[in-house]
Design a protein around this ligand. Sequence first.
Ligand SMILES: [Zn+2]
Length: 89
Amino acid sequence: MTSTCSKCGNHSFEIQENSPARSRYMVWMVQCSSCGSVVGALEYFDSGVELQEQKRSLQHIGSAVDGCASRISALEAEVRKLANMVKVS
Ligand SMILES: [Zn+2]
């Protein structure tokens, strides 16, 4: 079944960014692409997309921390070697 604009009978719709008065957030208005009648509204930020982006960021941070930990371990090993060389001589 095709959606129909109740005002003009058009069958195509579009989203339009909007800042409703007294709203703290932007929203996407779903509106008729012909006459602009609003038929619905969507949250500006999609929670699912936001969570996926947060997950990717956390994975990136985790990889960076792992890399730092490896380099610190290698440095500790070198410091121990140097300390032993100083004790011997
Ligand atoms: Zn319309």
